[in-house]
Design a protein. Structure first.
Length: 464
């Protein structure tokens, strides 16, 4: 038996591709909405003659609601079935979009956006659980790669689409466009997307839901506000409270007979390493997304338009690399592809450690390489985590991965702000990029460990 020459992965049935396409439509809408709405904040403020501090909550409220809903996704998916949860949350997202589009005043719009966030926080992990339960372990890489391409196109085309709509139509069309897409996805899902098994005996861990349902939003809100408003006392207190509540949830979940999320998945080496890898790549991604625009404008002296173009190039590099990375993951394994991706991240970060600003002609290829590295570093690890979970555990697995990814992103954003706040000149940017380089190197170590653990798991006897 030879392990040096990987065999071709099995073909993916057309039905699985259709399920991925339908569930991916919901994830695309959620990502698109999270980017285009930020462009409309000033337009909405002027339309309602409201203060910026109030209108800002159409973005902040969405993120908080998403974080509130996410901890409940695993229990709801197990209780009612992942497919039913996905369809219900998609219907809720569409209904909330209608409410946003017809909102007569700022408070109604903020409330509707909050409902949108609740639906989105359930829809994304539920859709991933449906795919994970439908596809085989050797198919997940290609499926997640194609789905990742669709989701990544949201932030890539969102600013351009949002700009066109704001220039030629009302901001309300930013929400109306969700309605036909969502209704079409719901109609196509009938008879295609499996409802999933119901576990009516699984009780709700109320204590765990309260702890994580409060801790995660506080942590993400505090991190978001630190990124936008600096290290004010209220922001630091929110982060500290979020961390303490999350730690308390872990302690409670470890003693509960039926915990809100099954943390015993983290005792499996492949799942734990793959999930940690997604957390570190999330840290790298969100830290970089906060740091790079500042570097390009403050240090490199580029205009807002030039900065936007370079970030778009990075996003397109990531989107185009995802399908290729998915095929490579199914053929060679997640660890090797993730290692190549994080190596690309490290290589693309090193030039920013120079004490002088990089020439403009070098920035585009470096950022495209970074985008490719992000895609190849994170998506294979996510696929490996889901492939290591059984169908009955898929809801817990997708919820855990999404939580760790978002917490990693919050830590990355806070870390960048802390470094820049203590070192205001160009040296601060060098230090911040040095942290991202160190994170990339650590992620490479995890990717190597993931490769070894996956090989050991393949040799171990299966227990069903």
């Amino acid at each position: 038996m030879s392990t040096d020459r990987p065999s071709s992965p099995p073909a993916i049935p057309a039905r699985i591709w259709k399920i991925a396409a339908v569930t991916g439509a919901g994830a695309f809408m959620a990502m698109l909405d999270s980017t285009v709405v930020n462009l409309a904040i000033e337009t909405v403020r002027e339309d309602f003659s409201a203060s910026l501090s109030l209108i800002q909550w159409i973005a902040t409220g969405y993120l908080i609601a998403l974080a509130i809903a996410l901890p409940a996704a695993a229990w709801l998916g197990n209780r009612f079935g992942y497919g039913r949860l996905w369809a219900g949350s998609l219907a809720g997202f569409v209904a909330a979009s209608v409410l946003c589009a017809i909102a007569p005043d700022p408070l109604t719009l903020i409330g509707a956006r909050f409902l949108q966030g609740l639906a989105g926080g359930l829809m994304v992990p539920a859709g991933q659980a449906v795919i994970g339960a439908s596809a085989g372990p050797k198919q997940l890489g290609r499926i997640m790669g194609a789905l990742g391409l669709v989701v990544a196109l949201g932030p890539a085309i969102g600013p351009a689409l949002g700009g066109l709509l704001l220039d030629h139509a009302s901001w309300r069309w930013l929400f109306w466009i969700n309605v036909p897409v969502g209704i079409a996805a719901l109609l196509l899902a009938r008879g295609l997307v499996p409802g999933g098994e119901k576990d009516e005996a699984r009780r709700l861990d109320v204590k765990g839901l309260v702890l994580l349902g409060a801790g995660l939003p506080l942590l993400l809100y505090g991190a978001t506000e630190i990124g936008a408003d600096g290290m004010r006392l209220k922001n630091l207190l929110a982060v500290a409270a979020g961390i303490l509540l999350t730690i308390a949830f872990v302690a409670v979940a470890g003693r509960a007979k039926q915990p809100l999320i099954d943390l015993s998945l983290l005792r499996r080496p492949v799942f734990a390493t793959a999930t940690a890898t997604t957390g570190l790549t999330g840290l790298n991604m969100y830290g970089g997304l906060l740091l790079l625009p500042l570097y390009l404008q403050v240090v490199a002296g580029l205009s807002t338009a030039e900065t936007g173009f370079l970030l778009l190039a990075m996003g397109l590099g990531s989107a185009l690399a995802l399908p290729v990375g998915g095929a490579l993951t199914d053929r060679f394994g997640a660890g090797q592809v993730s290692f190549a991706g994080t190596l690309a991240l490290l290589v693309s970060t090193v030039p920013f450690l120079l004490p002088v600003a990089l020439p403009s002609m070098l920035l585009a290829p470096i950022l495209v390489l970074r985008g490719i590295g992000m895609a190849l570093g994170q998506m294979p690890a996510m696929s490996a985590a889901y492939a290591s979970a059984r169908k009955a555990e898929m809801g817990d697995a997708t919820t855990l991965v999404n939580i760790v990814q978002r917490v990693g992103g919050a830590i990355g954003a806070v870390g960048v702000v802390v470094v820049l706040a203590h070192t205001a000149d160009a040296a601060g940017y060098v230090q911040a990029f040095a942290i991202l380089a160190a994170v990339s190197a650590l992620t490479m170590v995890l990717a190597l460990a993931l490769t070894r653990q996956a090989r050991l798991a393949e040799r171990a006897p299966t227990t069903g």
